[in-house]
Design a protein around this ligand. Structure first.
Ligand SMILES: NC(=O)C1=CN([C@@H]2O[C@H](COP(=O)(O)OP(=O)(O)OC[C@H]3O[C@@H](n4cnc5c(N)ncnc54)[C@H](OP(=O)(O)O)[C@@H]3O)[C@@H](O)[C@H]2O)C=CC1
Ligand SMILES: N[C@@H](CC=O)C(=O)O
Ligand code: NA
Length: 432
């Protein structure tokens, strides 16, 4: 087969890793695909900027047309980020019969179905393994490895930045801002880290995962999202005291034909396999009816790990070129989307509240929970420095989200409750 030419959109953290891997693994890559692979052009914003890897000056361009409409280029690797402009570039590239590999979850969570359909119509491949959990081959795991099973639950630590922050805060007592800065310096965080810490980056990944895992078109708006910015030192201290670890968790579960997908900080029992996933590492726990429990673990962010997934997708594209089967592997979702309502979503809940320290407070609170059919697994009451106040921390037994929301609303209305300080889901104590 003729030598394959690549056009690279972006030469930042991930793009530099892609250049490094294509150069340093050339022998292995040639052996796999049976031809040589070379990067022809690289699109960047600023062609004069100093780069993390050495590239010939003439290779850099700030004109996208040097790649998108360049007849020499076979495969476009998109590692520049962004949504609307990037969508336009990929549409043009596909119309020009170029295969696409992207690491862009922002784009795939919003416009994935449209781009995949266009690629199929043009006999082009579009692969996006790096978009979820960086170097972990989780999309391949779902689409190929578990294709014969029916997935009922996925639970993932899918954002490296927030996992890095929570690990350093809870294990080393470091301050949030300080650790976020380090995550930015290490290249884990997005250019604007708001999407990382606000949970949106994880929500995009969960939308992609659940679309593939449940074979249903799950969009970003179907994912309930809460980030890590409101987590206090007290919450971290209490979760430890009660035997839990706080993680930003994506949860996707299916009961019958109905699903729910959410991202939130949640408490996991210390013995749960996801509780020991630390720093920028990611892991996705997948439960399939036939296979049972599986877990995919590895680096979720960073230059070389993410680039590994990108270059592996490129290898698949070139193998498909050799076999003449490009554009035939994307499978459209099989089922119509059906989302659960709050009466169908079950979890245990952690609640921390400040109350007036007076006779009968605890009894009134326990009665309220009992009225909604919700029992307690754990309960602590401690005096506060503040006059005549105490703090109550409790973990419920499994309850519906609807019952939990009604209880919180009523607690907020009680005079004796000064403030509901925080609430979290407790995950991973029952499987499936
Ligand atoms: N970093 C990570 O660990 C991971 C990142 N991703 C995803 O990979 C993608 C790239 O991330 P990352 O490498 O960290 O990003 P960086 O910000 O490090 O790099 C982006 C690159 O794209 C170029 N670029 C950006 N916008 C434009 C534009 N409008 N026109 C031309 N060039 C442009 C930049 O040029 P210049 O250098 O001149 O500024 C830069 O080289 C994103 O979609 C991200 O979400 C996915 C998994 C992990
Ligand atoms: N900012 C992301 C990068 C990978 O997707 C993260 O922190 O996980
Ligand atoms: Na991946």
């Amino acid at each position: 087969m003729k030598a394959i030419s690549i056009g690279l959109l972006g030469l930042g953290t991930v793009g530099s890793g892609v250049v490094q891997i294509i150069e340093s693994h050339q022998d292995k890559l040639m052996h796999q695909v049976g031809c040589s692979i070379s990067i022809k052009k690289i699109l960047v914003k600023d062609t004069t900027k100093e780069r993390l890897v050495a590239v010939e000056k003439g290779m850099l361009t700030d004109n996208p047309e040097d790649i998108l409409s360049n007849p020499e280029i076979d495969v476009v690797i998109e590692v520049m980020g962004g949504i609307e402009e990037t969508r336009g570039y990929l549409i043009e590239a596909i119309k020009n019969k170029k295969h696409i590999v992207t690491a862009n979850k922002d784009l795939m969570a919003l416009h994935g179905p449209e781009l995949l359909e266009l690629a199929t119509d043009n006999q082009c491949d579009l692969f996006y393994e790096a978009s979820v959990a960086g170097g972990i081959p989780i999309l391949r795991g779902l689409v190929d490895g578990l294709s014969s099973d029916r997935i009922t639950k996925m639970m993932g630590i899918v954002n490296g930045t927030t996992n890095f922050i929570l690990t350093k805060m809870s294990k080393e007592g470091r301050a949030y801002d300080d650790v976020l800065k380090e995550a930015q310096e290490l290249g884990f965080a997005e250019a604007d880290p708001t999407a990382d810490v606000g949970g949106l980056d994880a929500a995009r990944k969960m939308a992609i995962l659940s679309t593939l895992g449940f074979s249903m078109n799950i969009g970003l708006n179907d994912v309930e999202v809460q980030g890590i910015t409101e987590i206090s030192e007290e919450d971290l201290r209490y979760s430890k005291k009660l035997g839990y670890t706080m993680k930003l968790i994506g949860v996707a579960s299916r009961a019958g034909d109905r699903v729910d997908v959410s991202v939130q900080p949640a408490l996991l029992p210390e013995a749960h396999p996801l509780a020991s996933v630390n720093n920028e590492y990611n892991a996705v726990y997948v439960y399939g009816e036939a296979v049972g429990e599986t877990m995919f673990y590895g680096p979720g962010a960073g230059s070389l790990p993410t680039a590994t997934a990108v270059v592996s997708d490129m290898v698949t594209v070139i193998k498909n070129m050799r076999l003449g089967v490009n554009g035939r592997s994307a499978v459209a979702p099989q089922y119509p989307k059906q989302l659960k309502d709050a009466t169908e979503i079950f979890a245990k809940f952690f609640i921390r509240l400040h109350v007036q320290d007076e006779v009968g407070v605890l009894a009134k609170i326990t009665n309220l929970f009992a009225e909604h059919g919700v029992g307690f697994d754990k309960i602590l009451q401690l005096p506060l420095d503040e006059k005549e106040s105490s703090e109550i921390v409790l973990v419920t037994h499994t309850a519906t989200k609807a019952a939990f929301e009604q209880i919180i609303q009523k607690l907020n209305d009680y005079n004796m409750v000064r403030e509901v300080k925080s609430t979290y889901r407790v995950e991973g104590e029952d499987i499936k």
